[in-house]
Write a protein that binds this ligand. Sequence first.
Ligand SMILES: Cc1cc2nc3c(=O)[nH]c(=O)nc-3n(C[C@H](O)[C@H](O)[C@H](O)COP(=O)(O)O)c2cc1C
Length: 369
Amino acid sequence: MNSSTCSLTTPLCTQLGIRHPIFGFSHSVDVSIAITRAGGFAVLGVARDDPEHIARSIRQIRLAVGDRPFGVDLMFPRLAGDETDVEQVRKKIPAEHQAFVDHLTQKYKVPPATKPHFFTETVRSEALFSAQLSAVLESDANLVAAAVGVPAEVIEQVKRRDKVALALVGAVKHAKAAIDADVDILVAQGYDAGGHTGPVGTFTLVPQIIEAANGLPVIAAGGVGHGRQIAASLAMGAQGVWLGTAWLTTHELHLQDALVDSLITARSEDTVLTRSHSGKSCRILKSGWTEEWSSLEAPEPLPMPYQQALTGPLVAAVEEHGVKGLLYTPAGQSVAWFNQRESVDDVFNRLLDETQMALNCMRRNLGAS
Ligand SMILES: Cc1cc2nc3c(=O)[nH]c(=O)nc-3n(C[C@H](O)[C@H](O)[C@H](O)COP(=O)(O)O)c2cc1C
């Protein structure tokens, strides 16, 4: 069946007003627009943006997609300190850690960054989370996703603004907390996922979350890169899938060529969990960065928000100058499925076609022809 004629849909699609149960997480406005136009549900990651930037990005998407629904994703992690200023945080960084980062800067001959970067200008703090939330609440985004923490007072404010509240969860106890906080939708995000993820694999986690969800819609996330996995997620009772790595190699993201080349050739085993990115456990693509931080000379990464204050200037410079040896990105085990630069539409159409084929295969295997 051709994807243009296929009608893969679930009750959650009807509830949200979308065509296909494919949810796309991305930090990119252009990717979010393309996902929305393809009939999926885009969720723009804004946890790394200041409030003005957030408001602007949401306006851009709305202008491009009309009244089609889309969401934004914020993080509400527990922090190891309550500083709000980068200089205050830097004063707490141990000399040994600073010396290690200085050593990396020299070893890879990284010139200083010349442009502002979130990691060099901003500290993750309660004040930042609250300002980001205000920008989102005042916007016309239709859904708010809460990652790495689901404060009940946040969910209450989201729902008071008639927005859909969604939480990403990696364990049954997180799902119970999110349900108690009154979320509308759960994303069961397994160990396979790119980004901040827990220890339970997607295939194990999804049915447990569905059992715990008591009828709330559940979306499966983590490692999904093929239609067979979409069919399997639907078979497990999920009402959709949520993908992040899928969009990293798309034209619409405009990621550095060196990073796209690494993603295109990467296998599932070429991603690794590390605290060196943010201070919390996060799955990223293996690179010189992960090798250096797992070497015997490396100090233990600091907790959030100190790790990003420590590495921020180096990461900003590595990204700005495209320093190949140290460039990295969060990526999931699904990276194995994305082997070329393509458009968001190409990814979408392939996933839909594969899902139909997998469902047909399942019907045949069950003798239902
Ligand atoms: C580059 C990248 C950045 C991510 N950043 C966030 C984030 O800020 N907030 C969030 O809720 N999830 C984030 N995630 C996780 C995604 O929401 C999603 O759960 C995950 O990508 C699913 O697994 P997959 O990568 O195998 O598709 C990120 C994922 C990637 C690949």
